[in-house]
Ligand binder design. Structure first.
Ligand code: ZN
Length: 315
């Protein structure tokens, strides 16, 4: 190879290196990910679905903890200081967020701010009552049942508002966000058909649940939850309420009691011992147990647990 050819090779290598460096620098994938804070792990899972590696997501509430008694920590305020987007369930599920965003001193993240997404605003809600309750009334479902992420088809609207919010901050990635979302929804649609097949034999079978967490799940899969161990959300049962439940369970031949992960199983066991009903623990949030690392596995787990418990009983 002559001197001229060597020189040309050297120039080409230099050009290639500059192009590669420029390409990396320009590529959005190599950019710093958007920092998103969600109130729950379920929302975090859906933000990850839409944002992929272009977002870094953290959630505030611990998934295996009772939402009524959740106490935010100082580190949650610190997380919000550097967040570019905050996503919440809304209604009375995460009322504590507003105090945290105020303390963070980040005006865009305040209620009504452009970086504040209340997902409940795009969901057709169940159990909306006309009486609105003060924040101090806590988690009592006053403005509508907030457990809407437990209808898997609500993920369509949920990922829709998340994708729109991400695209507003990062318009160059809007096509990626929408493509990620559509791929996820295509998988979800197939899974919903599978879950419907698994639960089809148990449509209309009467069930008792601990907390009123599952009206959206029940509607989607035509399950029939006839009463709750809590007479009202967050209120423990009185002896007279337990007597009423036992009577209902015997009259209606309730085969299964749905237990919450974070509640004591004393009352479900008592009902089970007296009536012969099985107790099944459902998981209402992603990450609450290792078997449920993401949104799709939340339904895989719950549908399988319910179908197994119901399959063992004579219904
Ligand atoms: Zn609730």
């Amino acid at each position: 190879m002559g001197w001229e050819a060597n020189r040309m090779m050297g120039i080409w290598r230099l050009v290639l290196a500059v192009l590669l460096w420029w390409g990396c620098w320009q590529s959005p994938a190599a950019a710093v990910p958007l920092k998103v804070v969600t109130t729950t792990s379920d929302l975090a899972s859906l933000v990850t679905v839409v944002g992929g590696d272009r977002v870094s997501v953290s959630s505030i509430a611990l998934p295996a903890q009772d939402p009524h008694t959740f106490e935010p920590r100082l580190t949650d305020v610190q997380q919000l200081r550097s967040a570019q987007l905050v996503v919440k369930v809304g209604l009375d599920h995460d009322l504590w967020l507003d105090r945290l965003t105020q303390e963070s001193g980040n005006p865009a993240l305040q209620r009504g701010g452009e970086r504040y997404v209340d997902v409940s605003t795009v969901i057709p809600l169940l159990e909306v009552r006309s009486v609105s309750l003060a924040p101090s009334d806590g988690h009592n479902h006053g403005a509508g049942n907030p457990h809407y992420w437990l209808d898997p088809l609500n993920a369509d609207a949920m990922t829709g508002i998340i994708a729109a919010a991400l695209a507003q901050i990062d318009p160059e990635s809007s096509k990626t966000y929408e493509a990620n979302r559509l791929a996820f929804l295509a998988t979800l649609e197939q899974k919903v058909a599978e879950w419907q097949r698994q639960l089809a034999p148990y449509q209309g079978v009467p069930l008792i649940a601990y907390h009123n967490s599952y009206p959206y799940l029940a509607r989607r899969f035509r399950l029939k939850i006839i009463d709750f161990i809590e007479p009202r959300p967050g209120i423990p049962p009185s002896p007279s309420h337990l007597t009423k439940l036992l009577r209902e369970m015997k009259d209606e031949h309730v085969p299964v009691v749905i237990q919450e992960l974070y509640e004591s199983d004393r009352v479900p066991r008592l009902l089970s011992n007296r009536t012969g009903a099985a107790v099944v623990t459902l998981v209402s949030s992603v990450g609450a147990i290792p078997e449920v690392p993401n949104y799709l596995s939340l339904f895989d787990y719950n549908v399988h647990a319910l179908a197994t418990a119901l399959g063992r009983t004579k219904v």
